[in-house]
Design a protein around this ligand. Structure first.
Ligand SMILES: O=C1C[C@@H](O)[C@H](O)[C@@H](O)C1=O
Ligand code: CO
Length: 295
């Protein structure tokens, strides 16, 4: 793998958490838009087909799969059940030649619920933290069997959201549990995305570049919107269109010899934010501000 591969997630076209939005966007449409926008790959969306069909569509466009989201319920269902489900997940990822298994613990998550995501996030007990970290170490071993990296996705509205919670997760898991650094989630949670990057740079195995519209964030916080209401209101956008300084984050990754994917990921309502238009905005920003490519 080259040092850094650039991808864009299907979430701007279709959203697994709200399947009705963007339902008209087919796999061919999405993949062809990704080629037009000049990205090298994507992540697996919930509507993606079986490996043989997907592999053919990817090959025709010279695209690659970076990884796929896995909702773990280690605390709710126990480690053995999570292991069984994770094996299936890894088999699929291996069959589509993916690199990372993106894990997010969804026990008590409110990311799909109508609660105020700014005030009502869950918190794990000490006992639950112990179960979660033990379970993640076990899933890390399983990922290794399939030649995959397990990367943990900190997420708004979950028990692993703030920098303090991420610190605890990193301290109590082994190196086989790496971290997915999502700029948008940590910015919305803590108002800063550099502290996490600097603190855990050695454990970062995957990156989501998600930008935030600060004024929309503040409005959503003020009225106590849920996670879904917030992104439908336009809280997230592509890099270069919001308030995050990706130059600083990108240089920190380079200075620390980060190798792997950087995936642009901006959930918006595709009927409001044209997915290809926003993919092109992201690519232009990456070329001009991060890669310093001249037209
Ligand atoms: O990586 C992600 C996957 C989505 O399912 C999630 O809700 C989104 O916010 C995200 O960052
Ligand atoms: Co993400």
């Amino acid at each position: 793998m080259q040092e850094i591969s650039w991808g864009i997630a299907p979430i701007g076209w279709r959203n697994d958490d709200i399947p009705e939005i963007g339902a008209e966007n087919t796999l061919s449409h999405l993949l062809s838009d990704i080629v037009v926008a000049g990205f090298q790959g994507t992540e697996v969306g919930g509507f993606f087909p079986e490996p043989e069909v997907l592999n053919k569509e990817l090959k025709l466009r010279n695209l690659k799969i970076a990884g796929q989201w896995f909702s773990s319920f280690i605390i709710r269902d126990g480690i053995d059940k999570a292991e069984q489900d994770f094996h299936e997940h890894c088999k699929y990822l291996q069959a589509v030649d993916g690199d990372v298994a993106v894990v997010s613990e969804q026990t008590y998550s409110i990311q799909g619920e109508r609660y105020d995501v700014f005030k009502e996030k869950p918190r794990f007990t000490d006992e639950e933290w112990g179960i979660l970290c033990t379970g993640l170490n076990r899933l890390g071993d399983i990922a290794g069997l399939y030649n995959l990296k397990l990367v943990y996705h900190h997420h708004m509205g979950t028990g692993v959201q703030t920098l303090c919670e991420i610190d605890r997760l990193m301290e109590n898991t082994e190196k086989k549990v790496q971290l997915l650094y999502d700029t948008g989630h940590i910015y919305v949670s803590d108002g800063d995305c550099m502290s996490l990057l600097q603190k855990h740079i050695d454990r970062i195995g995957h990156v989501h570049f998600k930008d935030v519209r600060h004024s929309v964030l503040e409005q959503c916080r003020k009225v106590g919107k849920s996670f879904q209401e917030s992104f439908l209101a336009g809280m997230f956008t592509v890099p270069g269109d919001g308030c995050i300084d990706f130059v600083e984050a990108y240089h920190t990754l380079l200075e620390n010899h980060y190798k792997g994917w950087i995936v642009v990921e901006a959930e918006q309502d595709p009927s409001v934010a044209h997915p290809l238009e926003y993919a092109l905005i992201a690519r232009k920003y990456i070329n001009e501000r991060l890669l310093l490519v001249q037209d």
